[in-house]
Design a protein around this ligand. Structure first.
Ligand code: SPV
Ligand code: MG
Length: 292
């Protein structure tokens, strides 16, 4: 019998190709909480964001435990389902079989597994090393994730377009991964124009919903994606960390230039806002209830 996972079922219900759900990337629980507060239906547990937050490349450098603990912590402070980016699954299909129950136990709703070789390189990195494992080998990984994932959704990600292998190969791989049990297929593109992804979406037979990460082709509106009737989830892949970098850079520069901290006061969050995000109300309830 398939294990039940209420977060996974909630996410499955959101993957409506007529009305795609939106996920926002997060690299820590605070970002996840802010994304949920802003109305994003899901949280993207981005490997790129987490790697960037440790100031290391998104190239299988961080250990699984670091990512796993972050997913658990994100789920503890907000209710939106977590879509965990587990890259290549930390090795082969056996590594996947050992990894996914741990993600399920951490409260994750879905894992995204990509068909690149381990160690991976970032899809968006100019001149990056984009090598794919054979489709049959990756089917084994998808099957392992399904068999051991405790009811989590398994989203199979093909990097065929990123690797320059063309639409026919991307479609072939997507279909093979659905055959292996994938609940959705993430199709990634780093083309600066949306044409490559639009063409793939139109050619997709719609057996399972598609997932898009439109970082490279931001001109494609969410309404245009919905009109395709093929995409169940749109992921804003790195907007939390990029917003954080821009805001910190600007604030730090101004404080250095202005010679005081008064100037930035109106453009940063108040201490009261941060207390609220830390759950100060709950802390006060506990103090009232138990401190003598
Ligand atoms: C991530 O956010 O870690 C992703 C999306 O996998 S991308 O960086 O575009 O590959
Ligand atoms: Mg990633």
């Amino acid at each position: 019998m398939k294990a039940s996972n209420p977060k996974a079922e909630a996410l499955r219900a959101l993957l409506d190709p007529q009305r795609p759900a939106m996920a926002m990337a997060a690299h820590n629980p605070l970002a996840a909480k802010l994304a949920a507060e802003a109305g994003f239906e899901a949280i993207w547990g981005s490997g790129f964001e987490l790697s960037a937050s440790y100031a290391v490349p998104d190239a299988s450098i961080l250990p699984m435990g670091t990512h796993l603990e972050m997913m658990r912590a994100m789920g503890e402070v907000q209710d939106a389902p977590i879509v965990a980016d587990i890259d290549t699954g930390f090795g082969n299909a056996v590594n996947v079989a050992y990894a996914v129950p741990r993600y399920a136990a951490a409260g994750v709703a879905a894992v995204v597994l990509e068909d690149k070789t381990f160690p991976k390189d970032s899809s968006l990195r100019p001149g990056g090393r984009q090598e794919l494992v054979p489709a049959g080998e990756f089917q084994g990984k998808v099957e392992a994730a399904r068999a051991h994932g405790g009811g989590m959704l398994v989203i199979a990600r093909t990097e065929a377009l990123i690797a320059g292998q063309g639409e026919a190969e991307a479609l072939r791989r997507g279909a093979a991964y659905v055959e292996a049990g994938a609940d959705a297929v993430l199709i990634h593109s780093k083309s600066k124009s949306p044409e490559e992804i639009l063409s793939f979406c139109r050619a997709w037979d719609g057996r399972v919903p598609l997932v898009l990460v439109p970082t490279s082709y931001p001109q494609l509106s969410f309404a245009d994606v919905a009109a395709l009737g093929k995409v169940g989830l749109i992921i804003c892949g790195n907007h939390a960390i990029r917003a954080a970098v821009a805001a910190m850079r600007d604030t730090f520069r101004r404080i250095r230039e202005e010679g005081d901290i008064a100037g930035v006061e109106g453009s940063i969050a108040s201490v009261a806002e941060v207390f609220a995000l830390q759950g100060d109300d709950a802390l006060r309830d506990l103090e009232r209830a138990f401190l003598r």
